[in-house]
Design a protein around this ligand. Structure first.
Ligand code: ATP
Ligand code: MG
Length: 774
């Protein structure tokens, strides 16, 4: 018996030591799946496997880093270093750079982020003279992404009648043309988007069997975490790579599959079983993460889903506290009460800030909690949203780095050719771009052919400016080769004049932009130092690669350690915290309105899985919160508590009702109009009252809000639509019972937005709608 196996239970041990042949580990949240993968790799290395023969795919870079650290603790850093471990995107980007010649890309290809892709798609839509109100760049981008994740090249896309029909019905028959042009332009830019990293790997393996064979032989062992969220392209890559040795181990939980909107397929688990008839299945049943209350509550929710692989999850940890439900009057009060609970439990139980996470359905919800935490001086960090690397000044300087490393990168060139201003206007740029498109080449090529070739007929002054720009970039390119990442970056920030320009802007925004650039340079310095220490390359292109492949969970800095975490449920996957607040538990928010609109049971089941993921992040305590009124899209909306609260077995819950103390404490000044009267008159000031959770009262209230079950139907013929007001429960002949969310306009064109329990949200012209007040 190996010493390190003592930290595992029997089932886990077996999953760790059965290293040969295909293995499927399907188990509930917190049962040690990720732990088993980590130990399995350590075990393989202890048994003499070469680190470079092990490929392990994780969902975030952070997860890969943590795993590597744990493995290093068992087998030593020098061994762990050579593992092929990372996200699908980072591992296969690395492979594609090595094999770049075979696929006809430069080794220093740029990785376009989603805003680069969208901006290129916009340019193409404009160039095709299509209406961008019909051809929304976002929608077109997601069509293209869908195609790539299903391995449809532009020609396959064009030939697929089902897809063409769908595009037609969306009034976008030209998507296939846009897709084709997009692929062409990416190639001219020497760039790949995120989906390309998977698509091109698949094409590489399909068209170059000798390359595939090389990697099949290299990787004796393949391991995949969070397998339930792999898409078709990822599934195929793994399948191809594992075809020779078949030592493939995947771990996952179908109850935590939450990325179907990005093309993830639960079926991959089922495919695994048929692809490898000789596979072994391991079931881990004991949850080590959470209290019994949390585990049982989570089980009681997920049991409502029809589509799932049956499994047992139990905890032998302490029974733990019941889950507190926070019912707030308004979204602001929700923020206040959550912050208050954090402060109070910290005082009482001595938790650190890092022991707390606030999980929400959408990024937009973070603001309320940020404000509330700031008022109490509780430090916090936010993941996702507009990340550091998405800020304008950062993207500008990164665009310099990109162009210096890959001169073909048109999106980067367009971004900075006139930043800082050097007198190269939009019309010059447009002429250059047209010349490049006509010659099927990059803008850089057109610029560097000057002055001998001047297809855009630019005047002498402009030609001189462009040549100067090209010389500048070439000069930087020389520096980048000679110097390490930090020195090169610093010199680019200085010589371009970016630092000086931002320094001279004394407005608070200018100041903060300057600080951000300094912060970036500090980050690059840290990167250079640690890369040199670890014996990795410390070039600017290595830094850029890391940044391009960041995921939502990855941008954590050292000083961020002891802070409350704010993140979406999606980014919380795989993580754990002692205390978890699942907030915004309202119909139309969580479950999201989209799942209502689509009205498919599948969409709702995915929301329920998301809720399961949220709750199972908690180790010791969990809170659920909702507001009765919330500002959304600038409107005050009445909200009904989430159906997930109703579905939860009530024995796990405990109630906490908000009062207007929150509003009082803040004073009236910072409350939006329309909000004040309601919150201040509806309740007396005082401390929030804690009382046993009263599911019956709650249920009645909720039912009456959702269905109007308490009301008596009053006929309303619709001649006088002004009688319908926000918050009313109404009946529509066809759509059934619903609640009025918003009324706008003046008669006779007065409209109501109504949320119908069975038909979702509708906008109705009141004079025709014939709504009955219930
Ligand atoms: P998720 O489904 O959320 O990804 P998981 O199945 O990957 O969860 P892990 O994150 O590996 O679960 O483990 C959950 C927690 O339980 C971790 O803190 C882990 O260290 C701990 N744990 C797992 N197995 C054991 C064990 N045998 N003894 C003690 N602690 C364990
Ligand atoms: Mg895990």
């Amino acid at each position: 018996m190996f010493d390190y196996l003592k930290d595992l239970n029997k089932a886990q041990q077996e999953a760790v030591v059965t290293t040969e042949g295909p293995a499927l580990i399907i188990a509930g949240a917190g049962s040690g799946k990720t732990r088993v993968l980590t130990y399995r790799i350590s075990h393989l290395l202890k048994q003499g496997a070469r680190p470079s023969s092990i490929l392990a795919l994780t969902f975030t870079n952070k997860a890969a880093k943590e795993m590597k650290e744990r493995i290093a603790a068992v087998v030593g850093e020098n061994t762990a270093r050579y593992l092929w471990m990372g996200t699908f995107h980072s591992v296969f980007a690395r492979m594609l750079r090595t094999e770049h010649e075979v696929i006809g890309f430069p080794s220093n290809f740029t990785i376009f982020d989603s805003s680069d892709s969208k901006s290129l798609i916009k340019t193409i839509i404009k160039g095709f003279q299509l209406d961008d109100k019909v051809y929304k760049p976002n929608t077109v981008a997601s069509r293209i992404s869908m195609a790539k994740n299903n391995l449809l090249t532009p020609s396959a896309y064009a030939e697929n009648s089902e897809i063409r029909l769908a595009d037609k019905s969306m009034r976008m028959p030209a998507v296939s043309e846009i897709y084709k042009e997009y692929v062409k332009r990416c190639r001219l830019s020497g760039a790949m988007d995120f989906d390309d990293l998977l698509l091109k790997t698949n094409l590489l393996f399909r068209d170059h069997p000798e390359v595939l064979e090389k990697y099949q032989q290299r990787f004796d062992y393949i391991l995949v975490d969070e397998y339930q969220d792999t898409n078709f392209a990822q599934y195929l890559i793994i399948k191809k790579l594992a075809a020779q040795h078949k030592n493939i181990c995947v771990v996952g939980d179908d109850a935590q599959s939450i990325y179907s909107f990005r093309g993830a397929r639960i079926e991959n688990i089922l495919n695994f079983q048929s692809d490898y008839p000789n596979h072994k299945i391991f079931k881990l049943e004991q949850n080590y993460r959470s209290t019994q209350t949390i585990v049982n509550a989570a089980n009681s929710i997920i049991a409502k889903n029809k589509r799932q692989i049956p499994k047992t999850v139990f905890s032998e940890n302490a029974p733990g506290n019941s889950i507190k439900v926070i019912s707030a009057l308004t979204d602001n009060e929700e923020g206040f009460l959550v912050a208050q609970e954090i402060a109070e439990t910290q005082l009482r139980d001595h938790y650190k800030n890092l022991d707390y996470a606030i999980l929400y359905r959408t990024n937009a919800q973070s603001r309320i909690f940020e404000e509330a935490l700031r008022k109490r001086n509780i430090p916090y960090k936010i993941y996702g949203g507009l990340s550091f690397y998405q800020r304008k000044e950062i993207k500008d300087i990164l665009a310099y780095f990109r162009l210096v490393i890959n001169h073909w990168d048109n999106e980067a060139l367009k971004r900075i050719i006139n930043y800082p201003a050097r007198g190269i206007g939009q019309s010059t740029l447009a002429k250059l771009e047209t010349a490049a498109v006509n010659a099927e080449t990059s803008i850089w090529k057109v610029v560097t052919a000057l002055p001998d070739a001047n297809p855009a007929n630019l005047n002498k002054g402009t030609v001189t400016k462009l040549m100067k720009f090209a010389t500048l970039i070439q000069e930087f390119a020389r520096i980048v080769v000679e110097k390490d990442a930090w020195e090169a970056a610093k010199s680019i920030a200085e010589v371009t004049g970016i630092l000086k320009e931002l320094h001279s802007d004394k407005s608070p925004e200018g100041l903060s932009r300057h600080e951000n650039i300094q912060e970036l340079l500090n980050g690059i310095q840290e990167f250079s130092i640690s890369a040199i220490e670890e014996g990795r390359e410390a070039k600017l292109e290595n830094f850029l690669e890391d940044v391009a492949l960041l995921t939502d969970q990855d941008n954590e800095k050292d000083e961020d350690r002891d802070k409350v975490t704010l993140m979406t449920v999606h980014s919380a996957k795989g993580l754990e915290f002692k205390n978890v607040f699942v907030v915004g538990l309202e119909e139309n928010l969580f479950p999201s309105a989209q799942s209502e609109e689509k009205k498919s049971p599948e969409a709702l089941e995915e929301e329920r899985r998301l809720f399961y993921v949220a709750l199972t992040r908690a180790k010791e305590n969990a809170w659920f919160s909702y507001a009765n009124q919330r500002y959304r899209w600038g409107n005050l909306e009445f909200c009904s508590p989430s159906r997930f609260l109703l579905e939860m077995d009530e024995k796990f819950l405990n109630g906490l009702e908000g009062t207007s103390r929150a509003s009082q404490a803040r004073g009236q000044g910072d409350l939006p109009t329309g909000y004040r009267a309601r919150t201040l008159t509806s309740k007396q000031p005082g401390t929030p009252v804690q009382k046993p959770w009263r599911p019956d009262a709650f249920r009645k209230r909720m039912e009456s809000q959702v269905t109007g079950a308490n009301g008596k139907g009053a006929a309303f013929e619709g001649d006088d639509p002004a009688k319908i007001i926000q918050g009313m429960v109404v009946e529509h002949q066809r759509f059934g019972t619903g609640k009025v969310l918003k009324v706008e306009g003046v008669p006779p064109n007065r409209k109501a937005t109504v949320f119908f329990q069975n038909a979702g949200q509708k906008q109705l012209l009141l004079k025709f709608a014939k709504l009955k007040i219930k």
